[in-house]
Design a protein around this ligand. Structure first.
Ligand SMILES: Nc1ncnc2c1ncn2[C@@H]1O[C@H](COP(=O)(O)OP(=O)(O)OP(=O)(O)O)[C@@H](O)[C@H]1O
Ligand SMILES: [Mg+2]
Length: 494
């Protein structure tokens, strides 16, 4: 990539220099008499070029832009070099925009940094050249333009190592640093329709959920983390097997079991932005296509409550909507699935799509067919492991607590969501008080459950009795009366 020359020794350099001087004098005296002026100039500059002493150093110039686009090596160097600031550094630039979490530190012009890679010394220098800006007529209109670049200087013999391995290392380190500093975004739909339809609007995603704080089955949690990590590492694999680099997850389970929290944990784990696609706000397939094409790589597209967010016409019969609605709403399930499978996933990289539902059984089979959602994740009621996780997160209880036994016993007899447990645990910082709250909740739920079972049994019995009496006589206590009575008993208990 770079022209190489054999390095002359100092003595050969000296003799070359002496012979150059002699030749120059000779040439000059002959030339003055014999050679016309323009040719004389050319000969002298050629001789000077070949006899100039050569430096053993090579300098790579890394400019800010390459043509119209940014030079990624420049951007990476800017970020990477901030981690290499030494006590010798004298001037730094510091800034913070409202949307950034941390301060940004950059080198000031003229600053030098020394770095080492595989024992090779590398000298970086940040240069800013200011020049007068000429307008197209060649006149100077007083504007100044700035050309910013890094110079990276090292011994020529390391050229291959630096170009092939060091620059790559700088690019990777900068990406890792950027990911750590990155402020995640949550994109939602702007519902005030402008002339060209609904648009994405973004806010910082500051959802604190992580896999550590999420109460879920440890095996399932590890399986999800491994699946995500494998997915982001497999760019080459997806390319080789000819598949779009995307992954689909279906999260299902009752309300309050942590589906939305799991999405936030996934985003925080991968450092991916989230696009929350509220289908109810989209009227046409064309809007959907435009919105999907406007999503960025390395993002999670979320469609929550897919079973009830919009009554998508059935893929096979096109009959999901009432006739009069269909005139206005032209969004179809097949449109959604086509974009997700086709255009959208093939025009981007590292895309994740997540559907959530409270009722997996109500989903259109087209959504569930193999290959569409790669992983089906059941977020379920809290078990004793999930409870301990929440107690650790909310109350800092790492080991055992004397109330755990009673709580675990009650949890085996009733269904409670992590959201309900979390709510109780937040009520007090005193572990005993908070855990007593959980016990009360569980007892209440158990009683409600018994009551509901009672009601169901009694209703069944009443109906059967009525049937046996061959209609005519009503059962003495109707279902409604039983419910009202149960509610009164529950209130009394509370
Ligand atoms: N598995 C869990 N681990 C930790 N906290 C949880 C969990 N599930 C729920 N929570 C708590 O309950 C709140 C509500 O949970 P979340 O919104 O994630 O439930 P969801 O399953 O998405 O419910 P919905 O089906 O109604 O959308 C969360 O903010 C969190 O504080
Ligand atoms: Mg949710």
């Amino acid at each position: 990539m770079f022209p190489t020359r054999d390095m002359p020794s100092p003595s050969s350099l000296f003799s070359a220099y002496a012979s150059m001087a002699a030749s120059m004098m000779l040439v000059r005296s002959m030339a003055n008499e014999l050679i016309p002026h323009p040719i004389r100039g050319y000969l002298l500059s050629t001789l000077r070029y070949y006899f100039k002493p050569r430096s053993p150093q090579l300098t790579l110039v890394i400019e800010e832009n390459c043509g119209m686009s940014r030079n990624q090596v420049f951007d990476a160097a800017e970020i990477y070099l901030c981690t290499k600031i030494s006590p010798n550094t004298e001037r730094l630039k510091i800034s913070k925009s409202p949307k950034e979490k941390n301060l940004t530190i950059r080198l000031e012009k003229g600053e030098k940094i020394v770095d080492f890679h595989e024992g090779i010394e590398l000298k970086w220098r940040f240069v800013c050249d200011e020049t007068e800006k000429n307008n197209p007529n060649g006149h100077n209109n007083g504007q100044r333009s700035e050309k910013r670049y890094f110079e990276l200087t090292f011994h020529k013999k390391h050229k291959d190592t630096i170009v092939s391995s060091y620059i790559q290392f700088v690019l990777e380190r900068a990406k890792a640093i950027k990911d750590e500093e990155r402020v995640l975004k949550m994109h939602t739909l702007n519902t005030s329709y402008s002339y060209n339809g609904v648009k994405w609007e973004s806010i910082n995603l500051e959802h604190p959920a992580t896999f550590e704080t999420l109460a879920m089955d440890p095996e399932l949690r590890n399986a999800v983390i491994e699946d995500l990590d494998r997915f982001v590492k497999r760019k080459d694999f997806y390319k080789r097997v000819g598949r779009a680099w995307k992954r689909g997850y279906l999260l299902y389970g009752p309300p309050g079991t942590g589906k939305s929290s799991l999405i936030a944990a996934m985003a925080n784990h991968l450092k991916f932005d989230v696009y929350d696609l509220q289908l109810a706000n989209i009227l046409r397939d064309s809007d959907l296509r435009r919105l999907l094409l406007a999503t960025a790589n390395r993002s999670i597209l979320v469609i929550e409550d897919i079973d009830c967010s919009v009554d998508l016409p059935d893929r096979r019969h096109g009959d999901g909507r009432k006739q009069h609605d269909a005139q206005y709403v032209q969004l179809t399930l097949s449109g959604l699935l086509n974009f997700i499978d086709g255009l959208w996933s093939s025009c981007g990289d590292e895309r994740i799509i997540v559907f959530t539902t409270n009722h997996k059984d109500r989903l259109d089979p087209a959504l569930l067919r193999p290959g569409r959602m790669d992983m089906h994740i059941n977020m379920s009621y809290c078990n004793s492991h999930g409870f301990k996780q929440l107690a650790s997160t909310y109350l800092g209880i790492r080991g055992h607590h004397h109330l755990f036994g009673e709580i675990e016993g009650l949890m085996g007899e009733t269904q409670v969501t992590p959201a309900q447990i979390a709510e109780e645990l937040m009520r007090s910082e005193d572990a005993d008080v908070a855990l007593q709250g959980v016990i009360k909740l569980l007892k209440r739920k158990k009683m409600e459950g018994d009551e509901v079972e009672d009601v169901a049994d009694q209703n069944k019995a009443a109906i059967q009795k009525a049937k046996r009496q061959k209609l005519g006589n009503k059962p003495r206590r109707s279902g409604r009366n039983i419910v009202a009575k149960s509610n009164r008993r529950i209130r009394k208990f509370l």
